[in-house]
Design a protein around this ligand. Structure first.
Ligand SMILES: *Cc1c(COP(=O)(O)O)cnc(C)c1O
Length: 361
């Protein structure tokens, strides 16, 4: 199909003073912009009915497949306001490509990457006043998703799917500067296994991670550090963020792809590593190596990467009977430098030497 959207502006635009009030302290995922994008897919017909319209509830039959078998995928990316007022996306093609890979794994129809990008751009343009002002690390978080919308209880790939994009203003993730967090290593719960859906960005991975997240909280940690499901030894990721480690001999270590989510931030940090004197290395990393090398000081920093927080320093790793302090127990120097670098590219205050930014408004 073409990438043309039928555009029906909302007749319930939030008045500017109310929007400004929401933008003063948006938090994350609490306020939504005036519009949304939707498109429908039907087996045999393909994609159709692509439109931009006012944000509104979706009506669904109780038998809609996604409620029962979780056939659903999503993406997360941001729009950033530069100092001249213009609005930019960061590597949206990478999200479009990953969305297509996730769709294949969940037996959902693949959405043309051009349609994905056109939908994101249409929505950001329509709701550009919702992109927070330059200068405060605020952004407009964009959430494209797709789900099985056929009302049918049989177990097979649905013959109808719905694509939707909504957007929500996000405040600075760390209003007082990045603070380090602690990770909890769950010894019994796994996130992904060989042949599973670990590399797909699907809601099901999050549903199965919530119990481990509760376990982390109960043990005084902010996030989970997942190990591989077979040997419970190899570090994977945190469930919403990828993991990087800095060594005293200048390596930027990160687990290789396979059962982890291929983060756009992870990839970008690996690409920037050399400019910070680091050699990127993707390989298997054992928890016992992490413990030993944090103790002997040859692992100097650990941090997590993801669109929401960019880089989150990790200051300790805990599990039943283990308590590993990372570096000095404070956010690491290179983590903070890499964070500043990536934010600088995203907000247009540093040169975009990799050609990652795409202007939309
Ligand atoms: C989205 C996500 C990440 C981070 O990916 P980015 O593209 O950097 O935002 C990491 N792990 C999981 C499980 C995710 O869903």
């Amino acid at each position: 199909m073409s990438t043309a959207f039928q555009i029906t502006p909302s007749n319930e635009i939030l008045p500017a003073p109310d929007r400004e009030k929401a933008l003063e302290n948006p938090g994350f995922g609490r306020y939504f912009t005036d519009h949304m994008v939707t498109a429908e897919w039907t087996e045999g017909t393909g994609w159709h009915s692509a439109q931009l319209r006012g944000l509104a509830p979706l009506q669904m039959h109780p038998a809609t497949a996604v409620f029962h078998y979780a056939q659903e995928i999503f993406e997360g990316l941001k729009a950033y306001r530069h100092s001249d007022g213009s609005v930019w996306l960061f590597r949206p093609e990478a999200n479009a490509a990953r969305f297509a890979r996730s769709a294949k794994r969940l037996a959902l129809p693949v959405l043309d990457e051009k349609l994905f990008l056109a939908g994101v751009e249409e929505l950001v343009r329509a709701d550009k006043d919702w992109v927070p002002a330059h200068g405060g690390e605020g952004s407009l978080y964009i959430r494209p998703f797709m789900f099985a919308s056929e009302a049918f209880l049989g177990v097979r790939a649905a013959a109808q799917a719905t694509f939707c994009i909504i957007a929500s203003p996000a405040g600075a993730y760390f209003p007082d500067g990045p603070t380090g967090i602690s990770l909890w290593v769950s010894r019994s719960l796994s996130r992904a296994a060989e042949g599973g859906t670990g590399a797909a960005k699907c809601g099901g991975n999050y549903a199965t991670g919530l119990a481990a997240q509760e376990e982390a909280r109960a043990n005084g940690c902010e996030q989970v550090l997942y190990l591989d499901a077979a040997e419970h030894e190899w570090i994977e990721e945190s469930g919403t963020m990828n993991i990087c480690l800095v060594t005293s001999d200048g390596e930027l270590l990160t687990p290789g792809l396979g059962t982890i989510l291929e983060g756009v931030t992870r990839d970008s940090i690996l690409a920037l590593a050399a400019e910070h004197g680091l050699r990127p290395v993707e390989r298997r990393i054992g928890l016992s190596e992490v413990q030993q090398r944090c103790e002997d000081g040859t692992i100097t920093e650990i941090f997590a990467t993801g669109t929401a927080a960019v880089i989150t320093p990790i200051i300790s790793i805990k599990s039943a009977g283990t308590d590993i302090t990372v570096g000095s127990g404070r956010p690491g120097k290179l983590a903070l430098e890499l964070r500043e670098h990536l934010l600088g590219i995203q907000y247009g205050t540093r040169p975009d030497s990799h050609g990652w930014m795409r202007r939309v408004a």
